[in-house]
Each structure stands twice: as C-alpha cells, then as structure tokens.
Design a protein around this ligand. Structure first.
Ligand code: SF4
Ligand code: SF4
Length: 247
C-alpha cells in the first residue's frame, strides 16, 4: 500500500503521506520505522497525555521528526463540558478563556504540531474555534501547569476514559449506544444527580441501553482506549437499577 501511495504522490495526485494511529506504543515504533512519513495523526489532549500514553506516542513520533496532526484535542467534547470543579480551576486562573479554546491551544502548543482537528456541531463552535486560532498564542508554562491540575481533577472524578469515537458500535450486534451510556454515567459521577442520570438513561431506546449487552466482547477489540466495555456497561445498568429500585 505504501508503494502505491508514493506513486500517487509522485504523480501529484496527493501531497502528503501519513497515518492515523490508535494502537499501542510498541506497534507505533514499528510503523514509524517501516516507512518515511509526512505526518502522523495522534490523539493528543491534556487529559490523555498520560492516561492513554499519548505522551509516549508523541515522543516516538518526535524522535523520527514526523510532523503531528492532532485528533481528539477536546476528547469528543469531554474537555468542553467540564465538571464544576475542573471549570472552577480554569476560571480561577483564566476567567476570560473558554474550555474549548484552552484545550485547543494546549494541543497546538506541542512542538511539531501542524494541524489540530476539531469536530464542530454548530456555527458558534466554528466561530469560537476560528477566533481561537486568529488570536493564537502558544501556551505558557503556567497555563500548562493549570491544565495538568485540571487533568488530575477530572481523573479523580471517576470518569470512564471514552472518547466517543464509536468504533465499538460498528461491531456491536445489539446496537447498544456505548459512548452515550458512558457519557451519561460520567456526567452522573461528576454531578451525583441521580434523577438526571435516570432521565438520560431512559432517553436511550431499550436496544441501546446497557442492560441489552450480551457480553460477546466484540466491542473490546475495537476500543482504542482498551476499555472493558461489557463490564462497564454492567456497572452502569446495575447503578440504574439500584436507583430505580430505591425511588
Ligand atoms: S459485549 Fe455487549 S456492548 Fe460489546 S459488542 Fe457485545 S453486546 Fe455489544
Ligand atoms: S470504542 Fe471505546 S473509546 Fe470509542 S466510543 Fe467505544 S468505548 Fe468509547
């Protein structure tokens, strides 16, 4: 495949050859040594930096001097909808910034980052992201320290490390809405709002709900975050049943 890509580049049909990566650092080491790459697309944000070995992967790519394209800089929206405690930390130090601008600038401030991708779902987000990069300033070491503190706060609040990539859903024979279940559970863990947790849970159709899982394990093989999905789904549905029974 690589030879075909080089042919296309020589013909002027494409400009750059790169790859997007969700595997382990050991596999990444093989990939970067195998060929000459114009860029590597990695999942980099201030929460995943240490949690899912993003730093290790970044260092491997840096050692080969390969430019980096960042995906998931805001972790599927998880770094926009911050917990009260994490948001308070940000506002205490930088009251005029937004969580999105802070997260995007953090990702863009890594050396050798050439592009930061961001999924946007409305016009305001498009405008905010554009403005962030019109006014762009590299992050100071003080800002990076605050980001580290925010990451520690988020991790300590029991969040399930899901980026909402939906790769698991591509193979689930039951059609369970796995990222939605994890997201509503994460919000619940942060807010401890049982009523909202059950309301959001009930917005999923019966087939999409965690208790429909048959524990076949197919989803685990597709999860770039190495989550034990069936076990987590059981935990979430047990929590739901417990709250319902005590209501
Ligand atoms: S283990 Fe559950 S969630 Fe995962 S693919 Fe099977 S049915 Fe779907
Ligand atoms: S594959 Fe893993 S990270 Fe992606 S949505 Fe499913 S559980 Fe979340």
């Amino acid at each position: 495949m690589y030879d075909e890509l080089v042919k296309l580049r020589d013909e002027g049909k494409i400009k750059y050859i790169g790859f997007s990566f969700h595997g382990t650092p050991d596999i990444l080491k093989e990939v970067v040594k195998e060929h000459k790459w114009d860029f590597a697309q990695l999942q980099i944000n201030y929460l995943d930096w240490d949690v899912v070995k993003a730093r290790e992967q970044y260092d491997i790519v840096q050692a080969q001097n390969i430019p980096v394209t960042v995906m998931e800089p805001l972790r599927g929206g998880g770094l926009v909808n911050l917990s009260d405690k994490a948001l308070a930390k940000l506002k205490e130090h930088y009251p005029n910034t937004t969580p999105a601008a802070f997260g995007l600038r953090w990702a863009a401030s890594r050396d050798n980052v050439v592009t930061v991708l961001s999924g946007m779902s409305n016009l305001n987000q498009v405008k905010e992201n554009i403005q962030t990069f019109i006014d762009y300033e590299e992050m100071s070491s003080e800002e990076i320290k605050v980001a580290d503190e925010m990451a520690k706060i988020i991790q300590s609040q029991g969040e399930i490390n899901c980026t909402a990539c939906k790769y698991c859903m591509e193979v689930c024979p039951k059609g369970i809405n796995i990222p939605a279940a994890f997201s509503l559970y994460n919000q619940y863990k942060v807010t401890n709002n049982k009523m909202l947790f059950t309301i959001y849970y009930d917005t999923l159709s019966e087939e999409e709900q965690p208790q429909s899982c048959i524990k076949c394990g197919l989803c685990n093989k597709n999860c770039p975050q190495n989550l034990d999905i069936p076990t987590l789904l059981t935990k979430i549905s047990d929590e739901y049943k417990k709250i319902k029974a005590s209501a």
